[in-house]
Write a protein that binds this ligand. Structure first.
Ligand code: BDR
Ligand code: CA
Length: 311
C-alpha cells in the first residue's frame, strides 16, 4: 500500500474521503491525518477529523492540528455549505480519542525527513496552508514527496466561492502558489471533475441501504450537503469533491486529465485564487501539474459503496 498523509478540513465530503481511505488498507496506509482551518475553524476541523476516525473505529490513526489561519490572509470559512459544525446533518457526539500534541506542520516535516524519498504521498482536501508552511520551513523536503494529489481549483467550471476561484485555493492562494511552484508531481482534481461526482438520491439511498452506522452517517451528511447545491445550482446532488482525491489514488484510470501549466493568481482582487490552467497549452509555460477534467461517476460510486460496505 501507498503511504499517505491526509490534510483536511472536514467538511462532509472530507469525512467521506477519510472513510474511503481508511476502508482501503490494501491500497493506502494512512500515516496520519492533519487538520487545517478551512470549511470551519481549526478547533472544529481537528474535532471533526477525530469524529470520523472514531466512526471508522480507527482511533489508532494519529490526528494533528495544524495552521489556524492562511499564510498571509484572514481565514474565510464555508458554514453556508457545511453548517456551523462543519459536519451538520446527523446527530454526533464529541470524540474521546486524543489530538496529538505535535503540530501538523512538524508531523509533515518529520515524516518526510524520516521516510525514504519518493515514498510519501500528500492528499490535500482543504486549503493548502499546512503543506505550504511545511515547504516554506523545509524546502529541501519538496523533492522527497512522491506525489501531491489535491482537490482544488477549476477551469471550465470556474468558481464556487468567487466567480473565478474555487474555495480551497481561494482561502490560501499563497500556500497554493508554493505548492504549484514546488516541482513536485502534482495531480489537481478541480470542480470540473468533482461536479461530475454527484450524490444523487439513488446514490444517497445506496449509502443508507448499507444498513451500518457509517452508511447512515454518509447518507445524512450527503443529504445535508446536497441542500446547498440543489438550491443554489439546481444540481442533482451534492458533489463529493474530496473523495475523488482518494479514489484517484485507488483507481486513477477512472479519471481523465492533461499534464499542463497551472499558475495561481495571488494579487488580483477580482480573480484572487484562480487556477490559471493552460488547458490548450497556449502560454508556452512548462507543465507542472496533471489537471483532471472528468471522472467516470458510476465507477467512482461503485468503488465508494463497495469500500464503505466494509464498515
Ligand atoms: C472544496 O471546498 C470545501 O467546501 C470542500 O470540502 C472541498 O474540499 C470544494 O470547493
Ligand atoms: Ca475539504
Amino acid at each position: 500500500p501507498r503511504k499517505i498523509i491526509i490534510d483536511t478540513d472536514p467538511g462532509q465530503d472530507d469525512a467521506v474521503a477519510i472513510l474511503l481511505a481508511l476502508a482501503s488498507p490494501e491500497d493506502l496506509d494512512v500515516l496520519g491525518i492533519t487538520a487545517v482551518a478551512g470549511n470551519v475553524p481549526l478547533a472544529l476541523t481537528a474535532k471533526n477529523t477525530r469524529i470520523v476516525c472514531e466512526l471508522a473505529d480507527r482511533i489508532d490513526v494519529p490526528v494533528f492540528a495544524g495552521c489556524e489561519a492562511p499564510i498571509s490572509r484572514k481565514l474565510v470559512t464555508a458554514e453556508h455549505v457545511h453548517g456551523k459544525s462543519g459536519l451538520d446533518g446527523p446527530q454526533m457526539t464529541d470524540p474521546t480519542m486524543p489530538l496529538q500534541q505535535q503540530h501538523a506542520v512538524d508531523f509533515i516535516i518529520e515524516t518526510l525527513e524520516a521516510e525514504p524519498a519518493n515514498t510519501i504521498t500528500l492528499c490535500a482536501l482543504g486549503p493548502l496552508t499546512n503543506i505550504g508552511v511545511a515547504f516554506q520551513r523545509a524546502p529541501h523536503l519538496m523533492e522527497k514527496v512522491q506525489q501531491i494529489v489535491l482537490m482544488g481549483g477549476a477551469y471550465f467550471e470556474v468558481g464556487n466561492i468567487t466567480p473565478s476561484a474555487e474555495f480551497n485555493i481561494y482561502v490560501d492562494p499563497e500556500a497554493a502558489d508554493i505548492v504549484f511552484k514546488s516541482g513536485i508531481d502534482i495531480v489537481v482534481i478541480p470542480l470540473d471533475a468533482t461536479h461530475g461526482a454527484l450524490a444523487t438520491q439513488p446514490r444517497v439511498d445506496a449509502f443508507a441501504a448499507l444498513g451500518s452506522r457509517v452508511g447512515t452517517m454518509v447518507a445524512e451528511w450527503t443529504s445535508f450537503f446536497e441542500r446547498f447545491d440543489k438550491e443554489k445550482y439546481g444540481s442533482a446532488g451534492a458533489p463529493l469533491h474530496d473523495p475523488c482525491v482518494i479514489a484517484y489514488l485507488i483507481d486513477p484510470d477512472m479519471f481523465d486529465g492533461r499534464f499542463i501549466n497551472v499558475e495561481i493568481e495571488t494579487t488580483s482582487e477580482l480573480t484572487l485564487g484562480m487556477t490559471v490552467a493552460d488547458w490548450w497549452r497556449v502560454s508556452g509555460r512548462p507543465a507542472n501539474a496533471t489537471f483532471i477534467g472528468s471522472v467516470q461517476s458510476d465507477r467512482f460510486f461503485d468503488l465508494l459503496i463497495d469500500r464503505l460496505a466494509r464498515f
